[in-house]
Design a protein around this ligand. Structure first.
Ligand SMILES: [Zn+2]
Length: 80
């Protein structure tokens, strides 16, 4: 037998996102869902000159396109 009681819990949610490169806010659609953006969380390891550093940033799709346009080796654009 299980006895159940109601409890209030607290949760975290993202309510604003800003592009680290241009500073613009990532917009939301009419339902409150964020438009697509790139989110990077990187913890650099001991085989890096950045050993021990944790980097976290977000990019809007416009800035993402700007960055990848500078790649010498172009990324694959696999459509599914
Ligand atoms: Zn941007």
């Amino acid at each position: 037998m299980r006895k159940i009681k109601k409890v209030l819990t607290e949760k975290e949610e993202i309510y604003e996102v800003y592009c680290n490169m241009c500073g613009n806010a990532i917009q939301k659609d009419q339902f409150g869902k964020f438009y697509e953006y790139l989110s990077i969380d990187k913890h650099w390891g001991y085989l890096s000159s950045l050993d021990g550093q944790k980097h976290s940033f977000d990019l809007c799709d416009t800035c993402y396109k700007d960055i990848i346009s500078k790649f010498k080796i172009k990324i694959l654009d696999d459509e599914y």
